[in-house]
Write a protein that binds this ligand. Structure first.
Ligand code: EPU
Length: 334
């Protein structure tokens, strides 16, 4: 494991903001993990484990060590009457992995096409799109515990998945490095086409490949490509309100979207609230809200993390003021 000092993070975050880290290393093999744990106990600095850098915003330089997970490998590890069990290493690119499963003839991940980031980052925030969440196809994961130096297996229950959340994003933030994830992909296909737009835009019979292609086209029409315009996907979580609070708000806003959730709650659309508050397409210098989707904070070229956070905060205040709802950022703001 090689540690280098004073490195730029600009190429390591999909916002493309200029920030530096005091130390940088890359974890290329399992042997690097105990070395990383030892390095951390010898040097008392914060640690940030990075996947694709697609779910964070650097407001400032990072004063600790950034470790980039470069573990690669994917294979079918088992199958039974009902399922294929497919395992992928934490550093695999998520979308390339999804397309690989489709090439192998396994279905189940197609709705999660084109989500930026890595396999190891996917469970941390329980990625989701178009009616499917990671939890729906998850079997187990293996993670390295930086505190004990041991490798631990996590079942679905142990991961405590929730909407864009898990044990790894809440209680255990920063403690584990996800080495590999095992997916349980059903042999009997059950296409999820009910999310707005998917059924209408699908051409021909549903297959994993056709759905993946369709979702890629929908995403490309709405969401900016981070290689062209810096962004981290949805910047805000969709708020979850008590049903009564949602009904009160709905009485004043007849088009307010709402999706039923467990325990008498409703999820509403952060994009709708931001759009209604007039922020879609807003730009201040190089920081702004994307013209085709109000949930996406964008760096048009040279915005700093502080510029982007400035726009995000104005959006939060404005939605709070207009609707009484406090939006929460989805990515980590560091
Ligand atoms: N809408 C607006 N204005 C906009 C965009 C959307 O009013 O500019 C309203 C519309 O009413 C639309 C509704 O918002 O029907 C929902 O929009 P969309 O289908 O684009 O989904 P979303 O709720 O905004 C979520 C995820 C996305 C995921 C899509 C599709 C979150 C925070 N975001 O967005 O995930 O791709 O659903 O399933 O849950 C991400 O997490 O980075 C991400 C892109």
């Amino acid at each position: 494991m090689k540690v280098v000092e004073n490195q730029s993070l600009q190429g390591l975050n999909t916002f493309g903001v200029v920030a530096k880290t005091r130390y940088l290393t890359s974890l290329n093999g399992l042997d690097d993990l105990p070395q990383y744990a030892e390095w951390l106990s010898a040097n008392d600095v914060p640690s940030l484990v990075l996947g694709g850098g697609s779910n964070l915003l650097f407001k400032n330089d990072f004063t600790g060590i950034v470790a980039k997970v470069d573990l690669a490998e994917k294979s079918l590890i088992d199958s039974d009457n009902d399922f294929y069990y497919v395992q992928a290493a934490g550093g695999e690119n998520w979308h390339q992995f999804v397309r690989w499963t489709i090439d192998q003839g396994y279905a189940g991940l197609e709705n999660l096409s084109l989500i930026p980031g890595t396999v190891g980052a996917a469970p941390i925030q329980n990625i989701g799109a178009y009616g499917v969440e990671l939890v729906d196809v998850f079997e187990s994961l293996q993670a390295f515990d930086l505190q004990t130096g041991e490798v631990r297996e996590f079942s679905k229950e142990a991961c405590q998945f929730a909407y864009r959340d898990s044990f790894f994003k809440s209680q255990a933030y920063g403690r584990y490095i996800i080495l590999s994830v095992t997916f349980r992909l059903a042999k009997k296909t059950d296409w999820k086409l009910n999310y707005a737009g998917v059924k209408d835009q699908l051409e021909g019979e549903p297959t994993a490949r056709a759905i993946s292609d369709c979702i890629m086209a929908i995403r490309q029409s709405k969401l900016p490509d981070p290689a062209v315009i810096g962004n981290a996907g949805s910047f805000f979580k969709n708020p979850i309100l008590d049903k009564s609070a949602w009904e009160t708000l709905r009485a004043q806003n007849e088009n307010l979207p709402g999706w039923e959730q467990p325990e008498n709650t409703m999820k509403t659309s952060a994009a709708w609230l931001i759009d209604q508050a007039g922020w879609k397409g807003h730009r201040e210098g190089d920081a702004g809200i994307y013209k085709n989707h109000a949930l996406v904070l964008v760096n048009h070229a040279n915005a700093t993390g502080a510029d982007l956070w400035g726009v995000a905060q104005q959006v939060i205040y404005s939605v709070q003021d207009k609707f009484g709802i406090e939006l929460e950022p989805e990515p980590r703001v560091l």
